[in-house]
Structure formats: C-alpha cells, structure tokens
Ligand binder design. Sequence first.
Ligand code: GSH
Length: 474
Amino acid sequence: RAQVSVSKDVAATLVSKALTWASLNGLVIGDRSIEGSVNPGVGIVHAPVALLPSPFPEALFQQALNLGSHFNTLVDRVSSDSDFLEQTLAKTRTADPFTDKLLDIHSKIRAEGIVQNIQLGMHRSDYMRDMVTGKLLQVEINTISSSFAGLGSLVSQLHRYSLLDVIKRVEHLDPGKVPENNAAVAFGDVLGLAWKEFGNTSAAVLVVVQPNERNMYDQFWLEKYLHELHGANVIRRTLSELYSQAHLSSNGTLSVDGHPVAVIYYRSGYAPTDYPSEREWHARLLLERSSAIKCPSISYHLAGTKKVQQELAKPNVLERFVQDKNAAKIIRECFAGLWGLDSEECHDIINKAIQQPELFVLKPQREGGGNNIYGSAVKAKLEELLRDGGAGLSAYILMQRIFPPTYTSYLLRGGEWSAEQAVSELGIFSAYLRNGEREITNKDCGYLLRTKASKVDEGGVATGFAVLDSVYLL
Ligand code: GSH
C-alpha cells in the first residue's frame, strides 16, 4: 500500500513551496554545462526532486544501512589482493580498453611500490527491492565519485517540510517517518579525518572535477563541511589542468600550482570520456604515484568494477575475503544473480538471455549511468557479440533483472512537474579510513533514494533519468 499517496491537487500546492525551499537551502545544480570554469552562484536551477518521499519498509532500510560497514571491509580486502584484481579482470581488459588503462596504472604502481598506506573509501552501495523474491538486492557499489551525499541529505529535510504542509489536509502522514540523513556531514567529516591523518595541515584537499560539471553544489556541500569541521583548504582542478599544473617531488609529495596536496577526491576519472587524450591518463598516473591519500586509490577503483562484483558472487569467492561467516552471509543475501560471459561455461546463460532478455540486464564495465542494456536490446547485443566471434563478450556481465514495486510519484524537474508510475533505488553511503593496520573509520553514512518513471529502463540523476527522493518508512 502506497501510504504517501496524495491527490494531484494537493501535490500541486507543493510545487512552488518546494522550488522556493530548494533555492533557499542550496538544493541546486548548475543550469547547463559550460566548458571551463563557471563561477559559483551563476546559472543555478533546483535539483530534480520528488515532491514527496516514497514508501520503503523499515526492516529493509535497516538491512541496507547495516551492509554499509560490511561492504567497506569487503572493498578494502579485495583491493589489497592485487593478484585477484589482475586475474579477475584479465579477460575484461582484452575487450575493454578503459579497464585495460586502469590496470596499466595498477601494475605500474604495484611494481614501483605503494607509497601511501592510508586508504580512504567513500562508497555508495545501491539496492532495489525485488517483488519476485521480496528481497533487497544490490544493484552495484560505487567506489569512485559516489554522487549526491550533499544534495541527498537536503531532500529528507525538504520532504519533512512538505509533509508538515500536507498533513494539514492528509492526516495519516507523519514527517517523523522520513529518517534523518547526515550523508553530507559524514562525507565532509571523513575527508577531513583523512586530511588530518596525512599530517600536514598546510596541505590541501584536491577535488578532481569534470570540465563541464553541473553537479558542483553537491560537491560544494562536502567541501563546506570539510572546511567547517576540520579547517582544510580545498582546490579544484580538472585532469587536464592537473596535467600542466601538478608536480611530483622526489619524495612523492604532490603539489598543484605550489600547493601541497594531502587528499585527492575524484569526482571525475570514472568514465572513458574523462580521458579525451593521453594527457588526462598521464595526470591520473601522476596522482596515483604520489603520497597523497586517494579517494579512491586505483585498487579501490578496480574493486568497484562490475566484473569484480560478479566474481565475488560466485560460490566461495566472497568468503575468501570475509572470513566471518555471519558477515559473509549478510553480504551474500543481497547478491542478485550475476554471470560472467568470458568462460566456456557461459553458453547456457547466454542462450537463456537471448530467449528471455526481459529477465536480464547486460552491463559493460562502466560507471556513471546510461550504459546498461535492457529488454530486446539484450538479445540483439548478445547476438551481435556472438556473430563477431564472441571476443567482445568479456567486456560485459549479465545481471538478473530486478522487479521493484511501483507507485505514483510526483517528479519535479526544471520547474515542471508530472505524476508518474515510479520505481526507486536506495543508495547507502559509507565511509572507510584505514592507516596501515589501524582502522580509523568504518561506518554507514546516510542514504540516497532515487526515483524514476518505471517505463524508462535506465536510472541516474546525473544522467537525467531519475530524481532525488527520500524514504518514508513503513
Ligand atoms: N561528476 C558528477 C559528480 O561528481 O557528481 C557525476 C558523477 C557520477 O556520475 N557518479 C556516479 C553516481 O553516483 C557514480 S560513478 N551517479 C548517481 C546518479 O547520477 O544518480
């Protein structure tokens, strides 16, 4: 039962209030992408949001939060096993030049010796409710550029405010059912803790950004809390700027335009388009070689790939990294069906997916959304890859299609709103900080709900398919 449902007339009264609230409280994005640096405060539009929160069972919400620290540990352990990463991705790299480039950096760093033993993880693990099994299933884990901790935290506040307005007319609703969301503060804080751990207060936090970013306010929220809680200075540069401005001293210290750097936080570098030339790859390698703390390090980045996710789901693989039986069980419970396409045994699953493509999603090794293949296109793509001899199959994995519940949601984008039959995906932010053997932070850090029309297959707010939302606990 969708207990947050209100009539269209009631929803209409919320639109201008939500838009005003968004402007007053920084729930905003850039209104267009402009090549080069755009001054903050120029060209602002409200972030895409749902007008009201979406129902979510409290027990599953709690389950997802609890998984945060377990996935932190898993990513950290997997990333420390260089052989596992290289072997798992060996076939993928032959079919996917992007993974190949990342692995090149990984092996260079491995050969030279890692100069920084502090690991910083700022992840977001994404889940959907599956109505077929009734379970919470993991879609993926993002170990690089996990977005919307900043703006996502604000949506819970907006929704409590909107519900206060609505309960004057719809009495059964309770703003207290929208849980507090401290993702922005927690992410700002862990960046600061890492910066402190580095031990040079005159060094800065470097945020690596895209040249045509529209989601900068989400990033600025983290920078704000980082500065307020810890006093660290922030510099922002694109990979291309870093190519000419970054310098590595003989002891590994990274400096950018003369500023020493303590922490590198990537909000770019996760997609092939972030590397239009060899210069950007050169910059990534230089940063990776430095003694700065990287979020993520190259091995954390690789540990978050779809291929690794699929490998971990095989019998007894996850269990190699998580010896605690209970923890392994808790993690495994949220794994969806995952299949690699790079071995002899995969004929059956390929045939099944060709016959019933609606039960699968075909995923390349890509981050950032907009790349997955659904429905009849799964069949077409698999047949094309087979026709071409099958070598290209290694670039993909197959995942069980998840069928989440749908409900009416009011989506507000660019000042326009519409009622849609919608589905949601829950993301749990988590932070991890380790210095050598000493674990400093390992915790879940709030959430992100994203909602989209159920008729569109793809998700993602940055890609324009979904809106930011919050949960109404049932
Ligand atoms: N460059 C943008 C940013 O820094 O916010 C987008 C980064 C991005 O696409 N991040 C992915 C994500 O979290 C993970 S690699 N996407 C969530 C969404 O767009 O809904």
